[in-house]
Design a binder for this molecule. Sequence first.
Ligand SMILES: NC(=O)C1=CN([C@@H]2O[C@H](COP(=O)(O)OP(=O)(O)OC[C@H]3O[C@@H](n4cnc5c(N)ncnc54)[C@H](OP(=O)(O)O)[C@@H]3O)[C@@H](O)[C@H]2O)C=CC1
Ligand SMILES: O=C(O)[C@@H]1CCC=N1
Length: 257
Amino acid sequence: MGSTLAAALIRSGHDPADLVLSDRVSARAEQVAAQHGTRHDAPAAAAGAADVVVLAVKPQDMAALVAEIRDQVRPDALVVSIAAGITTEFLERRLPEGTSVVRVMPNTPALVDQGMSAMSPGRHCTPEQVERARALMAHVGRVVVLDEGHQDAVTAISGSGPSYIFYVVEAMIEAGVLLGLPRDTSTELVVQTLYGAATMIRETGTHPTVLREQVSSPGGTSVAALRALEDHKVRAAFLTAMEAAARRSHELSPREE
Ligand SMILES: NC(=O)C1=CN([C@@H]2O[C@H](COP(=O)(O)OP(=O)(O)OC[C@H]3O[C@@H](n4cnc5c(N)ncnc54)[C@H](OP(=O)(O)O)[C@@H]3O)[C@@H](O)[C@H]2O)C=CC1
Ligand SMILES: O=C(O)[C@@H]1CCC=N1
């Protein structure tokens, strides 16, 4: 996710020379930096040189990373975390008093500038810093600012969301193959159907229920399929799945000693 954001910043016109990438494995940072023409450095040195520090490690690695960089973070720096489950309070307690922190949940469609990010500012952020973080994420798609209490739900819906969509796409492609279509034809049919349906929702502003009803001719094929989905409790499965994701996001918040 970190390299996706770096690539997007460069696409949007940021000078690669202004970006410094880091990874636990320095050869990996070096390789990604070479790919994008950015600089790379050890985490503490990179943080010390930055006016915006983006933390993009797994939640389980966050405490160790923050301990590594805390003495180098500039007093006027803005620290942006994209980690699931890591609260602004967790970061504020570990960074020097008064450090400005923003929690952001992005998603992988940022890779094609169609990301969805939800951001929640910490206690010390000024309105200008909130705007700066918003502008940063706006380079890779849409941004909403919301209360941090909603971040586990956001993680379940838009953060992890692409994985469910890809799963449904996989299943539909497989169904096409089962019905005798060549795999590449099935893939093209499914991908364009997904793209078309998503564009319709966005461009018409019509509720998905109405759009679904428009496809479903009385006594026809769509209702036959939708009936089977209801029989298999697919709607309930989605609700349960997203509750599980939100619960997991909450579990990833390390307990304070
Ligand atoms: N993938 C996604 O769709 C999304 C991910 N996120 C969040 O983004 C974060 C990263 O996720 P993702 O990109 O999937 O994870 P990855 O494991 O692919 O990337 C994290 C990278 O950080 C490195 N790392 C770990 N500890 C340190 C350290 N102390 N200093 C420097 N680098 C370190 C890891 O090294 P190593 O492999 O050796 O551990 C790894 O290369 C997570 O917190 C996740 O919740 C948020 C939204 C969407
Ligand atoms: O699966 C995960 O934990 C991360 C957070 C949101 C999307 N991917």
